[in-house]
Design a protein. Structure first.
Length: 365
């Protein structure tokens, strides 16, 4: 439209004021038309939007309703299936629980039975082991006691044999020594007597010369050294006093040593008397030979342990394992000691049983 009236406006037929008014009117009209078109378009678009919105809402409502119905039906079916599955699972669980309970009861019964068998076997093994240990310990104790008795008897036999051999060697040694010493003494005595005669002769000559010299010295001192006689007398008195004092001190020391030695001798004598009295009391029931053997055995034992050692060596000393009559010696043992009665097998068995009980108690059984 502007292009249609533009030649008119460009011509000089219309002045500038008219051109301006026409342009303004044209622009106003054009703007009014634009606004009208815009309002119509807005209304048309609003109606179309409302229509489309209603259509979309209806379609969405229909779609949602259909989807919800389908989903609700599916959920209802799944819920029914779930309830059915739950019932089935409960039944299966109950069946499995029953089976598991039966299985557990069966296995527990088997395990308890095996445990009882194992415990019974263990107790039987412990009883067998205890019996074996007890018998082994009893046998070891018996062997140890037998070995101890054998050691004591061997010691007694060795002492007896050693005493006999020692007496034989002593007699032989004394005879040979006496013979050789007699010869040696005779030879040396002759040489010593000849030398002694010569020494006596020389000593006599020396004594005679010393006497002559002493007589001359005394005479010379009395005649030529008389001016210092008083001083010499004082010195002699002092020397005598010193000699007496030294002699008194020496006598005191000797007396002290003598008193100590006497006290020691008295103590030794007292202990010896006590030991001898104890030995005499212990050896009184024995005969001479056995008393001598027992005395040799007790020679290295302390006095306060004589009784224990005597009790230890007494059975071996009294028991004779030689070819001679052992029964008679056994009877003499019972008569000689008088303090120990013959033990019966029942008493030995009771003592062994008590030893076994003590061993079991010490071992924690």
């Amino acid at each position: 439209m502007l292009d249609a009236i533009k030649p008119l406006l460009d011509s000089e037929l219309i002045n500038e004021e008219a051109q301006q008014q026409i342009s303004e009117a044209w622009e106003a009209k054009l703007n009014e038309a634009r606004e009208q078109v815009r309002a119509e378009l807005r209304e048309e678009f609003a109606q179309r939007y409302e229509h489309d919105k209603q259509v979309m809402v209806e379609a969405l409502d229909r779609m949602v309703s259909e989807g919800l119905n389908a989903e609700i039906q599916a959920i209802a079916a799944e819920k029914a299936q779930l309830a059915e599955d739950r019932v089935n699972s409960q039944k299966k669980l109950q069946e499995n629980a029953t089976k598991f309970n039966d299985f557990m009861v069966k296995k527990l019964a088997e395990e308890i039975g095996e445990l009882r068998k194992d415990r019974k076997a263990h107790n039987e093994g412990l009883e067998k082991l205890e019996g074996f240990i007890v018998h082994a310990l009893a046998r070891e104790i018996q062997e140890f006691a037998q070995d101890k008795r054998d050691v004591v008897e061997t010691k007694v036999r060795l002492v007896r044999e050693a005493r006999k051999q020692l007496e034989t060697l002593k007699g032989k040694f004394v005879a040979e020594s006496a013979k050789k010493m007699s010869q040696a003494v005779s030879q040396h005595l002759k040489a010593e007597l000849s030398q002694l005669k010569e020494d006596i002769q020389v000593a006599r000559e020396n004594n005679f010369g010393r006497r002559i010299f002493e007589a001359y010295a005394a005479e010379f001192g009395a005649t030529h050294l008389n001016e210092k006689a008083e001083v010499r007398k004082l010195h002699d008195v002092i020397a005598q006093k010193d000699a007496k004092l030294a002699e008194a001190i020496e006598l005191t020391e000797k007396a002290k040593v003598l008193v100590e030695s006497k006290e020691r001798e008295m103590r030794i004598l007292k202990e010896s008397n006590q030991r001898e009295a104890a030995l005499e009391e212990l050896l009184a029931p024995l005969n001479k030979e056995k008393a001598e053997v027992m005395r040799n055995l007790l020679e290295s034992v302390q006095t306060n342990r004589l009784a224990n050692a005597f009790e230890k060596y007494l059975p071996a000393v009294l028991e004779d394992r030689s070819v001679k009559a052992s029964k008679v010696i056994t009877e003499s043992v019972s008569i000689a000691t008088g303090d120990k009665s013959a033990r019966s097998p029942d008493a030995d068995q009771v003592e062994e049983q008590s030893n076994v009980i003590d061993l079991k108690r010490l071992a924690g059984l």
